[in-house]
Design a binder for this molecule. Sequence first.
Ligand code: ARG
Length: 460
Amino acid sequence: ADSRLWGGRFASGPSPELTALSRSTHFDWRLAPYDLAGSRSHARVLHTAGLLSADDLSAMLAGIAALDADVRSGAFTPAPEDEDVHSALERGLMERLGPELGGRLRAGRSRNDQVATLFRAYLREHARIVARLVRDLVVALADQAEAHLGAPMPGRTHLQHAQPVLLSHHLLAHAWPLVRDLDRLGEWDARVAGESPYGSGALAGSSLGLDPEAVAADLGFTGSTPNSIDGTSSRDFVAEFAFVAAQIGVDVSRLAEEIILWNTKEFGFVTLHDGYSTGSSIMPQKKNPDIAELARGKSGRLIGNLAGLLATLKALPLAYNRDLQEDKEPVFDSVDTLEVLLPAFTGMVRTLTFHTDRMAELAPQGFALATDIAEWLVREGVPFRIAHELSGACVQVCEERGIELDELSDDDFAAISPHLTPGVREVLTVEGSIGSRDSRGGTALVRVTEQLAELRSRVD
Ligand code: ARG
């Protein structure tokens, strides 16, 4: 049987090479449930427009339901000669309803408006799944932050000791970007929801009096596209989704990199749970952070998917071009990647053991309290430029003697400057330093506690 959707003007069927090149069922089959939902809605508007009798509508819906059941059970699958998910399902419907009734459904729709709608519906559903997984990671970070409230660690810039901070503060700094990713997913969804392209036809709309708004509402959209050419040929919604997926990957990769460092002998900040780490086939002592490394690696793949998509879309003339069939694999891969990565990553974070003693011991080291001396001097009325130099002089003395700032004696301080009275000692502790940074968003315990509540209220 010739399953082509076009027969009329063609003397011969497609060459085997064309069929092989053209075929997309091996990746677009996952759109089948959405295509069937679209067919149901389309059948209803055909009926409303007077193009399908009530009896035909119920027979049609029964046929679609039967096909749906067979798709779900695996009894109906694409055949090698089916070009794409849409043509395969049309064949399935014809087989069930016969060409007379089955052949009525294609009126007023095109695979161009179908695929543009289904792809949106698919991504909307997976945006919700991904959002739930990202939220789980945010909650795992918040729980770890809450469990370690008050524990200090060395805060770094340029990977060098900078100022002591609370571990909770640091963990929450990884959570906030993910909260913004959640916002991005929500905003993306609201934008996509408003523009269902079903009813746009191949590009120009339909002459059959079908109501795109009714189809949109039926498929869970809030509105239909204002421009049928744009509706069938734009894929910025795909690129934007791929961007958010890549950004999630990048955000996760930054935490991954830190966990990899923290898990080294040199840092010794964390121990990974056995269930979320791997061993070595040759070195019995090894316990490797593979999840974090895979997260770091897969972020590259997510970025590649976005870059590839944008390259496909660049300079495409209006309206639909077959190039657009290349839009699906990259973003399907981004969805699959995040849906397999995030649960493992969240499990690793949830089960991390933090060695807070080790972190506390390192927190003041590397002259991390130098800024505290300078800011103490400023509070004593010394201009910051001079305060910065005096504190730097303290660091220099320490460096020469191989000691830390809190090991300087009152006489040492006095010898550096008369401004450095013994009162300076009160800021030379990690607790004092952390407690003093009580500006909004700062590392003081009161602020971090506040911040944690603010974060939880954003994801609850
Ligand atoms: N499978 C195509 C795609 O994914 C949709 C079919 C449109 N084909 C066409 N010749 N107009 O973009």
